[in-house]
Design a protein around this ligand. Structure first.
Ligand SMILES: *Cc1c(COP(=O)(O)O)cnc(C)c1O
Length: 361
């Protein structure tokens, strides 16, 4: 087998090596059960311990108070685009949406398909989503404000969240959940497809405040209702046990190996700083997101032409640096540097980029 590469994939993405090793070591006989985690009952004490520990670690890491419930829902982040308006706009209420790229565009579409009244209060589409809109005026009576905290494709991120006053924010944090501490005071709900920063595909973490849960209507399908998940500790039906188990181990790694989200944030800033400083000092590579809007998770950049970008991605893989191709909808290059991608990977990438420029520039 080839050695493991430095993985810059956007999602599914790198997981901490120690987590993968722990899964491997426990795979045939989980916690002394004589069975694999993929074979045990979700109604067993073994799995109860897993899901409860994942919930408790999430609460500790994000310093959530008792108003918040932590849920695990299938259907990915994309299912949330539909569930959010279905659950919170049942009585003719309207919501505000901020459009910062592909994912928020899809979230808007799913609300519109259901004929829910929504207002797009800000958009960065005028400049192909290369920046984060500022100074947004929200509707007085909005039921919630929906936004995407980190735009995985365009490489932009809210450096700080907007002030929505009394209106709760509902945030798609798929690609930056657990990357930094959060001020939860205006946040009604967070959701995140696990496969970017906290686990494998197949599950979406939902963190929801009680007052939003109280708004969920009764006449919607059970599996599309947050109340169902909240009332049954995410086990109304069979949950994706393996994905939740992996999340539990990633959260344990965050708490016990990294030392919490302040520490994680410092490391993430260091990694992104190294890469952006290098890009800004280069006349060969060019970062595509505007300064002040740049993502600490997905660093998007271009080379002088498409042909060089293709060669760059191919040569990078020969050098054990994978996943550097930009999203198919925008082209270019992208280095996703989520929590599990360490500083050594970033340093190796920069060395390779210097070398590539010397031989091809
Ligand atoms: C990847 C991604 C999604 C889609 O996630 P799925 O789990 O594939 O549905 C949604 N929002 C953001 C910000 C993403 O990065």
């Amino acid at each position: 087998m080839q050695d493991r590469i430095h993985n810059f994939n956007a999602g599914p993405a790198a997981l901490p090596l120690t987590v993968l090793e722990e899964i491997k070591d426990s795979f045939l006989n989980f916690a002394g059960s004589g069975m694999s985690i993929t074979e045990i009952s979700h109604r067993s004490k073994w799995f109860d311990d897993v899901i409860n520990d994942a919930v408790e670690r999430t609460k500790r890491l994000l310093k959530l108070d008792d108003q918040y419930k932590v849920l695990f829902v299938q259907g990915g982040a994309s299912m949330q685009f539909c569930m959010v308006p279905l659950n919170f706009l049942s009585n003719g209420e309207s919501a505000d949406y901020i459009n910062t790229g592909t994912w928020s565009t899809k979230a808007i579409k799913e609300a519109q398909i259901q004929n829910k009244p929504i207002t797009i209060v800000a958009s960065s589409e005028d400049k192909k989503f290369c920046y984060i809109p500022r100074d947004i005026a929200f509707s007085q009576d909005a039921a919630y404000v929906h936004l995407t905290s980190n735009n995985t494709i365009k490489g932009t991120q809210f450096a700080s969240l907007p002030d929505t006053g009394k209106i709760p924010m509902v945030i798609d944090m798929s690609s930056d959940i657990m990357s930094r501490p959060m001020d939860m005071s205006h946040i009604g709900m967070i959701y995140a497809g696990a496969q970017k920063n906290i686990g494998p595909a197949g599950v979406c973490m939902v963190i929801i405040r009680q007052d939003l849960l109280d708004r969920v209507p009764e006449n919607i399908p059970s599996l599309l209702s947050y109340a169902t998940f909240a009332n049954k500790n995410s086990m109304y039906n069979t949950p994706p046990c393996f994905s939740i188990y992996t999340i539990q181990l990633v959260l344990k790694w965050l708490e016990e190996t990294i030392g919490g989200l302040e520490k994680m944030d410092a490391i993430n800033r260091q990694k992104a700083g190294l890469l952006y400083d290098f890009l800004d000092g280069s006349s060969f590579y060019r970062a595509t997101a505007e300064k002040g809007s740049r993502s600490l998770m997905n660093v998007t950049f271009r080379l002088p032409d498409d042909g060089l970008e293709k060669t760059f991605v191919a040569k990078a893989i020969e050098n054990h640096l994978g996943g550097l191709k930009g999203h198919r909808s925008v082209g270019g290059c992208r280095a996703s540097i989520y929590n599990a991608t360490g500083i050594a990977a970033v340093n190796d990438l920069i060395s390779f980029m210097k070398q590539f420029e010397q031989t091809s520039g």
